[in-house]
Design a protein around this ligand. Structure first.
Ligand code: KG4
Ligand code: ZN
Length: 303
């Protein structure tokens, strides 16, 4: 992942080359850590999408090769479904039906989960994802990529009400939009820097806290509406942004106020991880949902 920090974002070509370089050692290490040999595997799972085609192609091709060579089943997993099912790795597990707010670098969704393999997106972003809003803010503030964790860290020392940013209201009952916020931050910084070149440096924690506050408020407004509409009081969060300490705290508080049962994943299951792919594959394995060897990556794979 260091290659992304070096370039201030994900360069697709560099990402897929890094996948190519690391996939063999990673698979060896995983087998070693699990204390099993490849001959003991009864299936191999891979992410089919959504994501960057070049990176997906590395994983899908490798898994296909392994499935064929070992004569075992191939299971193809949806990345967004897997973020939700990370909740089934450890106790306590939510009991469907529940709602999951999945917030990552590329997606922002409210998902109604009827069972592990039956879920539907009831709200999503119409433009930028919540993680993107964090990352783009960080970039404008001169912070490294990925910016989410840096904004989170700095926000802890700032005042969330120091600056006011707009909350976009959009068409569709439970949808989101974050591109207006991005533009508002850009103009806000430009105007203030014109008056005081040291503005960012002098107000960094307050800016981070205020932007984070706005992103969280935008997310929770829609989540709360969906909970009321679907009359569901089991609420989960998932995806990279669910690692955000402000979001975790606010969801817990809102849950207490509304009488929700709140499910927040352990940190290691928030950002992208292979555990959530294996968990999803476990459910698909039980349902005998196997893939053919001519399957191809789906960069826009929908839940
Ligand atoms: O789920 P994920 O690991 O990858 C995708 O599927 O996109 O999510 C990555 C996103 C990035 O935008 C990153 O900045 C954000 O999650 N993120 C955070 C935090 N940790 C990761 N955003 C806010 N606060 C955090 N602590
Ligand atoms: Zn992800």
């Amino acid at each position: 992942q260091t290659v992304h920090t070096e370039w201030g974002g994900v360069v697709p070509e560099l990402a897929s080359r890094a996948h190519q370089q690391h996939i063999m050692p990673v698979v060896h290490q995983a087998l070693k850590k699990a204390g099993i040999t490849k001959n003991e595997l009864n299936a191999i799972a891979t992410t089919l999408g959504p994501g960057l085609l070049g990176s997906l192609a590395v994983g899908v091709s490798f898994a296909k090769g392994m499935a064929q060579a070992l004569n075992i089943s191939l299971i193809t997993v949806n990345h967004m479904q897997a973020h939700v099912l990370a909740h089934f790795i450890d106790e306590p597990k939510p009991k469907p039906p529940f709602l999951c707010l999945t917030v990552s670098g590329g997606h922002t969704q409210i998902v109604r989960v009827n069972s592990p393999l039956d879920m539907q997106v009831v709200g999503e972003t119409l433009d930028d994802a919540a993680g993107e809003a964090f990352d783009k803010t960080a970039k404008m503030l001169g912070l490294p990529y990925p910016g989410g964790p840096h904004v989170d860290r700095l926000a802890k020392q700032g005042n969330p009400l120091a600056f006011k940013f707009p909350i976009s209201r959009v068409k569709g009952a439970f949808n989101f939009s974050f591109s207006g916020l991005k533009t508002a931050i850009l103009y806000f910084l430009r105007q203030n820097k014109a008056k005081n070149p040291q503005f960012i440096k002098e107000n960094l924690a307050d800016i981070c806290a205020s932007v984070q506050h706005t992103i969280i408020k935008t997310l929770l407004l829609q989540l709360e509406k969906a909970a009321v509409h679907f009359r569901i009081n089991q609420i989960a969060i998932a995806g990279g942004v669910s690692a955000n300490s402000g979001l975790r705290k606010k969801v817990r508080e809102l849950g207490e106020e509304k009488g929700w049962e709140v499910y927040i994943p352990q940190f290691q299951y928030c950002t992208d991880n292979a555990g959530m792919i294996a968990m999803t594959a476990h459910f698909q394995y039980l349902a005998k949902d196997f893939a053919a060897l001519d399957v191809t990556p789906q960069p826009r794979f929908k839940i």
